[in-house]
Design a protein around this ligand. Structure first.
Ligand code: ATP
Ligand code: MG
Length: 200
């Protein structure tokens, strides 16, 4: 007698369960992971801030450094402001095409990086978000080798999330988890301006 769709589904799911259970069994290590969220599509920073919520929900210590700040009125900053276990620092002064001042941008970047470096050396910090860090590497505002060395030497259980377009290969090679958000469509190109709750 021919198999019914329900039987076929049950068999497919049983095979899948064997594969998934095997993979789960093999992943036994606990350690800090370095995540890179890159690509031209929307959803990198908001994903990192989602992890901030997750970590705070677990009572973890979180530090956020925003290296390039398009605007000062983001919902997540207002929402997380004053939350126990979190400090949120805005180290940048706007997108680089707005300031158009390389020396000043580089100086601001270096100051921000210095502050982030303190968190990256502190084993009591569980999660560090380095939002839009890739631009500082791309424009040569920071010594990339020193940045990679600090990331590699961080406390073994500390998680770090780096966001920004065009992540350098050396960074993605160092990372444990890399996601590239692809730009399929964005409402902005159809004339929709940045919307509260979506873009900020
Ligand atoms: P989000 O903060 O919404 O997660 P993001 O971090 O992936 O976005 P960025 O490159 O940091 O994206 O840009 C931040 C702002 O630019 C957001 O308001 C976002 O909606 C907008 N944006 C992101 N990608 C695009 C795109 N491909 N076209 C137009 N606007 C974009
Ligand atoms: Mg972003």
């Amino acid at each position: 007698m021919a198999e019914t769709p329900d039987q076929r589904h049950a068999q497919r799911m049983a095979r899948k369960k064997t594969v998934v259970d095997g993979a789960i069994k093999r992943a036994t290590e606990d350690r800090g992971v370095l995540l890179v969220l890159t690509g031209n599509g929307k959803g990198k920073s908001s994903s990192a801030f989602g992890m901030v919520a997750r970590a705070l929900g677990h009572g973890m210590q979180v530090r956020v450094y925003q290296f390039i700040k398009g605007r000062r009125d983001t919902g997540e900053e207002a929402f997380f402001d004053g939350h126990a276990g979190l400090s949120w620092e805005v180290c940048g002064e706007g997108f680089t095409w707005e300031t158009q001042d390389r020396a000043r941008d580089a100086e601001v970047a270096a100051r921000g990086w210095q502050r982030a470096g303190i968190a990256l050396a502190d084993p009591t910090i569980d999660l560090v978000v380095l939002d839009e860090l890739t631009y500082l590497l791309q424009y040569g505002y920071l010594d990339a080798t020193a940045v990679y060395a600090a990331l590699a030497a961080r406390p073994p259980l500390q998680h770090v999330v780096v966001t920004g377009r065009a992540a350098p290969t050396a960074l993605t090679e160092l990372a444990d988890t890399v996601s590239e958000v692809r730009d399929v469509k964005h409402a902005f190109r159809a004339g929709v301006r940045a919307q509260a709750g979506v873009d900020l």
